[in-house]
Design a protein. Sequence first.
Lengths: 264, 236, 314
Amino acid sequence: MKRRVPLLITFIMGVLMVVTFFIPREPFGSFEQRMMVWASILGGFTLLLGLDSLVKHHFRKIVRKRKDAFYSIVTLVALFGTLAAGIVTWAKYGTPLEFASLEQIGSFYWVYWWIMVPLQGTVFALLAFFIASAAYRAFRARTFDATLLLVAAILVMIGKMTMGTVPAAIILAVFLVAAGVYRFFIREPVLGVIFSSIGVALGVLLIVFPAAKIAEIAPQVQEWIMSVPQMAARRGILIGVTLGAVAMSIRIILGIERTYLSST
Amino acid sequence: MSFANLLGLWVAATLTIAILSFLYRDNPLYKFAEHVYVGVSAAYVIIYAAKFTMEQQLINVFKNNLISYIQNGSTTGLVEALLLIIPTILGILMLTRWAGPKIGWLSRWPIAFTIGLGAGLGITAGIQGVLLPQVQATVEPLWISPPSGLNLWTAIGSLIMIAGVVSTLIYFYFSRPHKGFIGVVSRVGIIFIMVSFGAAFGATVMARVSLLIGRLYFLVNEWIGGTIDFFKALSP
Amino acid sequence: MKFIRWLTKIDRRIIFLLMFGVVLVPILIDIPVETDVSPPVEAAYNAVDTLKPGSVIMLSVDYDATSYPECHPMIEAVSNHAFRNGLKIILVAHIPTGLPLGQAAVEEAALEYNELHKAEYESALSKALSTHPDTTSPGYRLAVEEAALANQKRYGIDYVNLGFRPGMVPIMVGMGREIRDFYAQDYKSTNVDSLPMMEGVHNYDDIALLASFAHGIQVETWIAYAGARYGQQIIAGVTGVVIPDLYPYLQSKQLTGLIGGLKGANEYESLLGRKGLGTKGMPAQSTAHILVIFLIVLGSIFEFILNIFSRRKS
């Protein structure tokens, strides 16, 4: 009963959604539309789910006087304070959002603009530092594949610059020559020749051609890499992933895949 | 600039610096900012769920349909209003998860509804929206009838594209050992995948650096610049 | 060799400081930017530019403050472009924490347009007054309305904010039939049927172009549902992380145009002749890229040297 009814619901909904795709006429059309509306409403209730575990977890920490209970107080104060701001703005303006200009804002919008936006933005801005650190400490061109990956990455980065294209390209040429020399030392002469000669050729081109021409070509090279080889691999991955997703959807509808029921 | 906005500027700058202080090491200021983030985000989502789902999708639609029935005798309005009870019940069943496993198993019904709906839609969308158009677009004509004719560079690109798509797909086919012809083709596939991952890494670097630029731009131009402008405007 | 080994294990906070420096310095100095426009951005621009005045464009806010510096300049630029060309904007959001950003972009674009055309508006108003001295007459009211239509962007007439609805996929599918089934009211709970702009706008057939500003899989979802099922024309403004995922759709023409990352925002702004954050941020972007390229190469060269030395030793 506890599992059979949900599996039946999944089967019926899944089959009906496929049927209504092929038969858009009434009554299937309006039935499908109604199910879409209900799913959206259900999505709204789902948004509330996390609230219970968050409040309970932090409340328990405060009551049990755990270490770091102060931060739990901070979380709950921020939570209820923002809720209060939202309700007050909603009552005052008829919506939690009220924005005529940045000079006329409700308190909920104030919390959003001056607390939420900087926090969200800065937490992800930290990644820029970690990427720089990883680039130096972890990304090493030990194998041919890794060298190829890094060369592609560098070419894309050069293509996305508006200045300093020539110094960056010189660094790339140095890298290719160094990678070629390294390949000689580890007894891979063919790859050594390939990398070194490309590096030297790039270096010569950088000397021969004016900087403006290099700056013009770099974005075109980047665009070609993105739209041909990169796109091809990405399409292969996309086709594979979609085939997997379709297969998974069929398994879910048929009740073979039941992991979504196991969390309760 | 109003005083509320100046206060906001300084709150925002303090929180930004608090998060950035994590780069030196984990510290109480960073933890404080992190916990404020959690609390504010949760409250934000609740207000939005209350406003846009509870009020606008449920209460107001129910009210308007009922009014339409009462004022005009429209039975459609009554039926629409009554039918809204079903998603409301499903939503409340979803929230039974809060009550623990004894009653929480009821939440499987709305979950099953959502999952079944998503799976059904996903099958047709996957085939119609991704598989068929993507496969179709892979096979591009090398020679187009005049006046276009043969563009060598485009033709080479098309051939590289077909080679890339097929070799990538073969690389991910693990039901056969990668030996012989399949081994060679999957090796070519790895080369394309490495180029793809490299390009993705380059694009990711651009994305993450942009976020840092945004924050530093705020600190320099809006915080420091804005505060100076505020006090300049105050002075006679 | 000890020195090189020490360099490879250098405290990462020094690298953080370097990154901080190369991004901060260009922000402090105003460096001119020369931009070439890539084909995907040009295609996105043309998709908006070739729409007839009065056409409806739907902007979907599928990003939030975690992608603010990349996606926000894009939606600002497209809003400005839309108002400049007399298009009407419907704003929707699938990410709740992004809706105020989208609202800010459209409202500020409207304010900017109104400020730019203030003189023409006031001149048209005084002409209306001189032609119809009786301010209660229908002729005066009509002349005032015409003046506003020509020179001002007003909520409900030139743009609407339908707010946020949870679910994403059901909404994308359902809007193919009737938008009002999901958005019976706008963000202020005003009945959508009372908004003049929404008259005759019921589904994707009435929306000339959809622009999704996203930081995740939302664009692919739009393409799979709205694009494939209903033939909706779509352009996308996405963060750098998502760009590679969308090139297959660009090539298959399921996506008409793509504005990618800060560079994409910069290119779109250059086509519009605007100088937003997309343009102002490019010098810092370039110096940061040089640093990351330098660090990758330096790290690898040190690795090569250490490996050769250890092989020789053994």
